[in-house]
Design a protein around this ligand. Structure first.
Ligand SMILES: Nc1ncnc2c1ncn2[C@@H]1O[C@H](COP(=O)(O)OP(=O)(O)O)[C@@H](O)[C@H]1O
Ligand SMILES: [Mg+2]
Length: 492
């Protein structure tokens, strides 16, 4: 017996068959197998708890078990060990069933030769190992969060891992057989053509793609494609590995936007300071001149007044610009936001056109925040005036406020947000909405879509400046033609 001998468990009760098989198994080449033989199924099962074997040779007709049952009982105990079944000449159906249930091979009694047994047993062991490896690899494919799929050259999906289910929402049984182009791409045909050309020519492709999930949402993926060839080296299918980078992209865009805002702010604050220095003497002169020139005629007095009011307006504007760049220092007090919002609502009821219906919904137990009431007042007024301007033919303005604890998941998508208690004040309108292209820019100082003289483009940048200095942030969602909602998050 060599140490590489294959350990066979022979489960067979017929003494004649046992003798024959043992003889065959000892045949050429010698020492290939070491055989342990038992004559009952129960003995085999007991033995398996104590000892391990490389392969089992199983007669399906035993004193304590008959037919397919024999196989199933043993298989349940020893599914990791390959089983070769021994059947009679006329047992074709039974043999087939056993194979379907997981038997690795079969031998027909009376037709067994040394070669046949040797080959069958080795083949069974090999096959079991290969299957085990494939199962292991398949499990690995499912552990990764990447979406892995394989499609044939007509783009019919033939493989779809759990990562793909997670990223795209389609279950494997829904995706397999579908056309990948129709399932996952809606408008990025150009990108797709480029990728297909590259993979066919160079065997691989790498790049970013926009794909669509089952629920119709867009996902941005970092995609790696490889051409798979058959044994004859002919292109056979395309393997795709997609990493979801949607969140990363969004955060990146947010960050760039914030950076641009900051640089515009710095620029604006420089100009504002200069303007301030220019306006101060003009204002002083406009106020001093009437005192010096007591006998001025009415018309000249009016002109000086005009000078003064406009210099003051200029100074106010400058102050506003400075207030969002510098992050206004104001007096901080503990504020009952409920009262503040109620006050705003009252002003709106009195001053807004009757075509705008005002509705408010404020949580009773709203937390207090530490802040400057004049500034927060200004924040809400700016948002409400914008809402009014967006509803020229009337609509609904909803003011609401509630407490919200932001958790890890909430803050992941917003780099200004922190985990913790916030009060959220929302100003929602049913107005014209904001085109997606403008959403990027509305918080920039001087960005306005309003006619000259109607808008300064400073409202929202002031809002952001003030809210930021209160440790908060502002979000906006909008749909053209439907309405807009601004949410102000203030740290408790
Ligand atoms: N509720 C809203 N509905 C539609 N558009 C809005 C709304 N709020 C702001 N906007 C857009 O954002 C721009 C900038 O707003 P803002 O900074 O307040 O400046 P202004 O109101 O002076 O134009 C507006 O010109 C408008 O295009
Ligand atoms: Mg405005």
């Amino acid at each position: 017996m060599t140490e590489f001998a294959i350990k066979v468990l022979l489960v067979e009760d017929n003494p004649g068959d046992v003798r024959l098989l043992l003889e065959i198994l000892q045949e050429t080449p010698p020492d290939q197998f070491t055989v342990t033989q038992v004559d009952h199924l129960e003995k085999a099962i007991n033995l398996l708890t104590a000892e391990s074997f490389d392969v089992i040779l199983l007669d399906l007709t035993l004193p304590d078990s008959m037919g397919l049952d024999t196989f199933l009982k043993l298989y349940r105990r020893a599914s990791a060990i390959p089983i070769v079944v021994l059947t009679g000449l006329d047992d074709e159906t039974l043999t087939l069933r056993a194979m379907q249930e997981g038997a690795q091979d079969y031998l027909v009694k009376g037709k067994v030769t040394g070669d046949l047994v040797s080959r069958s047993l080795r083949y069974a062991i090999e096959r079991q190992r290969a299957e085990h490896k494939i199962r292991e690899q398949a499990a690995l494919l499912d552990i990764t969060t990447d979406a892995i799929s394989v499609r044939d050259l007509q783009h019919n999906i033939v493989f779809w891992n759990q990562g793909a289910e997670r990223v795209f929402g389609w279950r494997a049984e829904e995706a397999i057989g579908q056309n990948a182009v129709q399932l996952l791409y809606r408008k990025s045909e150009l990108q797709l053509k480029e990728a297909i050309n590259a993979v066919m020519e160079q065997g691989k492709w790498f790049g970013e793609l926009n794909k669509i999930t089952k629920s119709g949402q867009e996902v941005i993926v970092e995609s790696r494609w490889a051409l798979v060839r058959d044994d004859a080296k002919r292109p056979k299918s395309i393997l795709t590995v997609d990493t979801d980078i949607t969140e990363k992209k969004q955060l990146e865009a947010q960050f760039f936007r914030a950076q641009r805002l900051e640089s515009i702010g710095t620029l604006a604050s420089g100009i504002a300071h200069d303007l301030n220095n220019i306006l101060t003497p003009i204002l002083a002169a406009a106020q001093l001149l009437p005192l010096k020139l007591k006998n001025l005629d009415d018309r000249s007095q009016l002109l000086l007044q005009l000078l003064e009011t406009n210099a003051k307006r200029g100074a106010d504007l400058v102050k506003q610009v400075l207030s969002f760049t510098r992050g206004v220092e104001g007096k901080r007090m503990v504020l009952q936001t409920r009262h503040l919002i109620a006050e705003i609502e009252k002003i709106l009821q009195e001053t807004f056109p009757k075509s705008v219906t005002i509705y408010s919904n404020i949580a009773k137990d709203l937390w207090t925040v530490s802040g400057d009431s004049t500034q927060l007042h200004q924040v809400l007024m700016n948002l409400c005036v914008n809402a009014r301007d967006a509803m020229l033919s009337g609509g609904l303005l909803t003011l609401s406020a509630q407490n919200q604890w932001l958790n890890e998941t909430d803050v992941r998508m917003n780099f200004e947000a922190r985990v913790g208690p916030y009060i959220v004040i929302s100003v929602a309108d049913t107005g014209m909405g904001i085109p997606t292209a403008n959403l990027e820019r509305i918080f920039e100082p001087f960005f306005t879509t309003k006619d000259l003289g109607k808008g300064t483009g400073l409202g929202l940048s002031t809002v952001v400046g003030i809210v930021k200095s209160h440790g908060g942030f502002v979000t906006v969602t909008s749909q053209e033609g439907t309405g807009t909602e601004f949410k102000v998050f203030c740290l408790r």
